[in-house]
Structures are given as C-alpha cells and as structure tokens.
Design a protein around this ligand. Structure first.
Ligand SMILES: Nc1ncnc2c1ncn2[C@@H]1O[C@H](COP(=O)(O)OP(=O)(O)OP(=O)(O)O)[C@@H](O)[C@H]1O
Ligand SMILES: O=C(O)[C@H](O)[C@@H](O)[C@H](O)[C@H](O)CO
Length: 198
C-alpha cells in the first residue's frame, strides 16, 4: 500500500464491549498505522472506579482525553503516517476535546481526524461484555455507558464531516468489512493506494 498525503488519526469510539479494540487492531494492521489502546491511558483511579462498578463522570475523563489526543500527535510526530486510537468518546464534548488535535498539530499538510463510531444495541453489548472474562468492566456497567452516550447525530455528521457510523451487530468479518469500507474510502480520497479488498 502507498501512503496517504495527510497524517491521519482514526478514533474508534463507542460504549464498553462494542468492539473498539477488535476493530482498531484490525484497522491498524490493514493500513500499517500505529495502534493506541485508550484504556491503557486511564489513570489508575479511573480503572479502580470502573472496577468497583462506578461509572466515570466528566471530571474523570477530561485529562484522559487530553492524554489520548497528545499521544496520537506524539506518534505522528515520531514518523507514523497514521494512528488508530480506541476511545469511548461517549459524548460530543469529549469528541470536541479530541478535535483540538487539529490546533496542536504542526505537521504539513495538516492532520486529518476521523471518528469511527461502532453502533451496538444494549443486547449486543451485554452479550459481548458478559462473554468476556477477567475484564474490569462488568456487564452491570453497560447501562450507564448507554445513559452517557451521545451518538453522533445528523447535525454533527453533516457539519463537522468527521464521523462515520458502523453497525457492529454482525460477525467480526462483517464488521471488518464495514469498517474498512469506511476507512478505505477516506484514505483513497487522500491518495492512498489500497490493496487487499475484503
Ligand atoms: N463482531 C463481533 N461479534 C462477536 N463478538 C465480538 C465482535 N467484536 C468483538 N467481539 C468480542 O466482544 C468482546 C468485546 O470486544 P472488544 O474488547 O473489542 O470491545 P471494546 O469496545 O474494546 O471493549 P472495552 O472498551 O470494554 O474494552 C470481546 O470479547 C471480543 O472478542
Ligand atoms: O469513558 C468510559 O466510561 C470508559 O472509557 C469506558 O468506556 C471503558 O474504559 C471501556 O469501555 C472499557 O470497558
């Protein structure tokens, strides 16, 4: 594959269990981009809180969002052409924090930033979180994730043109096909030659 013209930050978003890590790993391998697991950057206190069954609030999340934004930019500066970051980014104001990466970027041409929102029903999330063993996020937390969730709506999508929605109700293969369909299109538009159609 050739490189795209711009540097790219892809943020794979959605509530616990929607498949962020699975999709982000796949995308990073497909395009040769650096993978950043957002959960690895939560302060210890946040992980402890979630492990104890307490949902995070805005104050718990602000610094973490800034850390992820800066980590993405740092990796681009080190020479990666793209990064794929997992980050729940449940609310629009959280996505707005990540969007400020564009202000702090001194690459030329400017960095391109996109959100890939993984859309899943309550039932799907409960099933996937329930099947997963040994994770700090238990299935009783899923409801609170959906209560906090603000999906990208028509206004955000139309106005900011940096969000795509991927339905993740299908098998991992189905989801990979849908997610790479979205990302292939963005990267091809930016001059990347992509081999290996799914
Ligand atoms: N399309 C799919 N169909 C069935 N199971 C899936 C699918 N995608 C992921 N899974 C499984 O669901 C569980 C959650 O996936 P994953 O860890 O990728 O989600 P996540 O959004 O990163 O979760 P979290 O944010 O809670 O860490 C995992 O056990 C994973 O193997
Ligand atoms: O904003 C949040 O509440 C968190 O980032 C969560 O979404 C979890 O860390 C993740 O999903 C692990 O299950």
């Amino acid at each position: 594959m050739s490189a795209p013209n711009h540097h790219h930050i892809f943020i794979v978003t959605g509530p616990a269990g929607c498949g962020k890590s699975t999709v982000a790993k796949f995308l990073s391998e497909r395009y040769g981009f650096h993978y950043i697991e957002g959960d690895d950057f939560h302060p210890k206190a946040n992980i402890e809180k979630m492990s104890n069954g307490q949902p995070l609030n805005d104050a718990d999340r602000w610094d973490w969002l800034i850390i992820l934004r800066d980590e993405a930019l740092r990796n681009l500066k080190q020479g990666h052409k793209g990064v794929v970051v997992t980050c729940s980014a449940l609310k629009k104001k959280y996505r707005d924090v990540i969007r400020t990466a564009r202000l702090y970027d001194d690459e030329d041409p400017d960095v391109a930033l996109h959100f890939v929102y993984l859309q899943a029903s309550l039932e799907t999330l409960l099933e996937r979180v329930g099947n997963r063993k040994g994770h700090y996020m238990k299935d009783q937390m899923v409801k609170s994730q959906l209560e906090a969730l603000e999906e990208p709506d028509e206004e955000e999508i139309e106005k900011l043109k940096d969000c795509d929605i991927v339905d993740v109700s299908g098998t991992p293969d189905d989801v990979q096909r849908l997610a790479s369909g979205v990302v292939d299109k963005i990267l091809q538009k930016d001059g990347m030659h992509i081999t290996g159609a799914l």
